[in-house]
Ligand binder design. Structure first.
Ligand SMILES: Nc1nc2c(c(=O)[nH]1)N[C@H]1C(S)=C(S)[C@@H](COP(=O)(O)O)O[C@H]1N2
Ligand SMILES: [Mo]
Length: 394
């Protein structure tokens, strides 16, 4: 049986048995590609809410991640929504509030397809436990996927509603799932700056890789905000409000905020923090797996890298913990900076223990931090230091 250790990519932890999917789900997906069921290969961190990541070897096997293999991050239960009765409302600081069915959306606005990564702000959080306690599920590098999203530009819909110009405004999204946190119950809700919302690649999407969204990924309609943390892309979208302030929900105001390394759970209520929107430059080794024993000779090391608006210019791999670096080949990239790149390098590894590491560079010379301790934060967000994997050869 797979253990959580497999997910943790070498982070020190006790091996805990993986929770398996119910037998029905497992057998239904055994034949593959039934888009209505998540794959039984997903590594489940929690069943309710459902949090499950893609095994990284699998992640690296398809440039466009199949929907059934795509990681799932929920905060409550998955709502069941009938497409026929579905209505989206748009209001707040707009001249003409509107209500739209799914067929209104499809017929009144031009369709747009965007390839983009969806990535949880907690992707690679497990690497941070080596520095200190972090709150939340210990995601390995599989809380990410790359998909081709189909929908309409949010900007077109906001324009049709007569959005008022104004910098400093926010676009708040409310969703149909209820989140239960301690004694609090509330609808999932977040917001993004209006400036970002008016960029054409921000979508209201009904399809992923040409298939209708699965229930788990937001059927019938979700937001896709390329480049931003996954939390800003609500699934099961209910309403959109243009307003002066960020969304007034705990998800927006308390979660997904970046604290300095000096903040602890006890001081978090009064410490300064910033909202997490843009995701940083990052990369991960998908193969070989942490702890693998390899035969002497040449080994192919491969993985993904994801850039900011400054792209991914170069990826380097080390097998001596970061002393010497070897440039990797970019095997595949898309014509958009929102998608990831796939890289690989063939190295001749001598017998012994080695620490593999990867780092990427963007087009303006930016790179990833070397040391995870420098970026550690108690919520375990934005873990983008060099990804390190120990292997032995011989
Ligand atoms: N309504 C709703 N939208 C949501 C969430 C949620 O719990 N409820 N989780 C968010 C988070 S934190 C992430 S990382 C992405 C994950 O999307 P996926 O499950 O389709 O991969 O959805 C986001 N949208
Ligand atoms: Mo997330």
């Amino acid at each position: 049986m797979l253990t959580r250790r497999a997910v943790l990519q070498g982070a020190s932890s006790i091996a805990v048995a993986r929770t398996t999917w119910p037998a029905s789900a497992a057998s239904a997906s055994a034949t593959m590609a039934a888009p209505s069921e998540p794959s039984s290969d997903l590594l489940v961190h929690s069943k309710l809410p459902l949090n499950a990541e893609t095994p990284i070897a699998k992640l690296r096997s398809a440039f466009v991640t199949p929907q059934a293999e795509f990681y799932i991050r929920d905060h409550g239960t998955v709502p069941t929504i009938e497409e026929a009765g579905y209505r989206l409302t748009i209001g707040g600081k707009v001249r003409a509030p509107i209500e739209l069915s799914l067929s209104d959306l499809k017929s009144r606005f031009p369709e747009r397809k965007v390839m983009a990564v969806m990535q949880c702000a907690g992707n690679r959080r497990a690497d941070m436990v080596d520095v200190g306690y972090v709150e939340g599920d210990l995601w390995g590098p599989g809380a990410i996927g790359n998909a081709e999203w189909t929908g309409v530009s949010l900007a077109d819909v906001l324009s049709a509603a007569g959005v008022e110009d104004g910098s400093g405004l926010h676009v708040a999204f409310s969703a149909h799932d209820e989140v239960v946190m301690k004694d609090d119950r509330f609808d999932y809700g977040v917001s993004i700056p209006l400036e970002k919302a008016m960029t054409p690649d921000v979508l209201l999407a009904w399809a992923m890789n040409g298939e209708p969204l699965m229930a788990e990924h937001g059927f019938p309609l979700r937001v896709v905000v390329p480049g931003y943390a996954g939390t800003r892309s609500p699934k099961w979208l209910a309403s959109i409000m243009v307003q002066d302030e960020e969304a007034d929900t705990p998800i927006q105001r308390k979660e997904y905020r970046l604290f300095p390394p000096t903040t602890t759970k006890e001081t978090a209520d009064k410490d300064p923090n910033v909202v997490i929107n843009d995701m940083p430059l990052n990369s991960a080794i998908c193969m070989p797996a942490a702890g693998a024993t390899l035969r002497p000779g040449t080994t192919t090391i491969e993985g993904y890298a994801i850039g900011t608006q400054n792209g991914v210019a170069k990826v380097e791999v080390s097998y001596d913990g970061g002393e010497n670096w070897h440039e990797a080949a970019i095997d595949k990239r898309a014509d958009t900076q929102w998608a990831w790149v796939f890289w690989s390098v063939v190295l001749d590894l001598p017998a012994g223990q080695h620490q593999l590491a990867v780092r990427s560079f963007d087009e303006v010379g930016g790179s990833q931090p070397e040391d995870i301790a420098r970026i550690w934060n108690w919520k375990g967000y934005l873990a983008n230091s060099w990804h390190r994997v120990s292997v032995s050869v011989g």
